[in-house]
Design a protein around this ligand. Structure first.
Ligand SMILES: Nc1ncnc2c1ncn2[C@@H]1O[C@H](COP(=O)(O)OP(=O)(O)OP(=O)(O)O)[C@@H](O)[C@H]1O
Ligand SMILES: [Mg+2]
Length: 177
């Protein structure tokens, strides 16, 4: 199972567009794909017209989550919307705060790919996503602050790699527009 996050610290660079199309493309090619909306904006979930009652916020709170089939081979976990922000505040007090998502999904089976659509922030949710993921796609647009967002994301990846003692977290920079 490949675990891939679409992340950069800069907003509006095509993260959700990449996550949704990559997930659907892989599903169309016959792979089993789980798309996890990790952004309180819920743009990936809204794209598929689905908002689960128990999303990522529910998973992190209680371990319970609704996994919805949105296309052939393509499953979706909603973010939980603003509830994810509240969960993030609660997580901040936990000793194991950066590993909660990895632990909650440790028994996940049956997917060839897990794709995480991330918010544009240096947040605890993104730290959890980096701890969980093996590969990161960093979408960049052709403006200076977007380039700064790439540098900030690479710095964060490096910090998480050291913190979690992972041998490597691969990343690729993708220019969409
Ligand atoms: N290849 C493209 N060419 C032109 N516009 C695009 C392209 N891909 C995406 N967009 C548009 O750019 C905008 C931002 O895309 P998207 O929502 O995927 O970014 P994002 O990084 O997820 O944003 P956020 O940081 O708010 O989550 C959207 O309006 C989207 O339709
Ligand atoms: Mg987005």
């Amino acid at each position: 199972m490949k675990k891939c996050a679409i992340m950069t610290m800069k907003g509006g660079t095509g993260k959700t567009t990449t996550a949704v199309n990559l997930a659907h493309g892989l599903a169309l090619s016959g792979k089993k794909v789980l798309l996890i909306d990790c952004d309180p904006q819920r743009n990936a979930s809204i794209t598929f017209g689905n908002e689960g009652k128990r999303g990522l916020s529910g998973l992190l709170r209680t371990g319970d989550v609704d996994i919805m089939l949105v296309r052939d081979n393509l499953f979706l976990i909603d973010s939980g919307g603003v509830d994810l922000l509240e969960v993030e505040l609660l997580l901040g007090k936990d000793q194991d705060r950066e590993r909660r998502m990895s632990k909650a999904l440790s028994n996940l089976k049956g997917s060839d790919y897990v794709i995480c659509d991330c918010p544009p922030s240096l947040s605890l949710i993104n730290i959890n996503v980096l701890t969980f993921s093996d590969e990161i796609i960093i979408p960049v647009s052709l403006d200076y602050l977007s380039k700064v967002g790439v540098s900030q994301t690479i710095e964060m990846i490096d910090k998480i790699r050291q913190l979690t003692s992972k041998e490597s977290i691969n990343f690729a920079i993708l220019q969409l527009f």
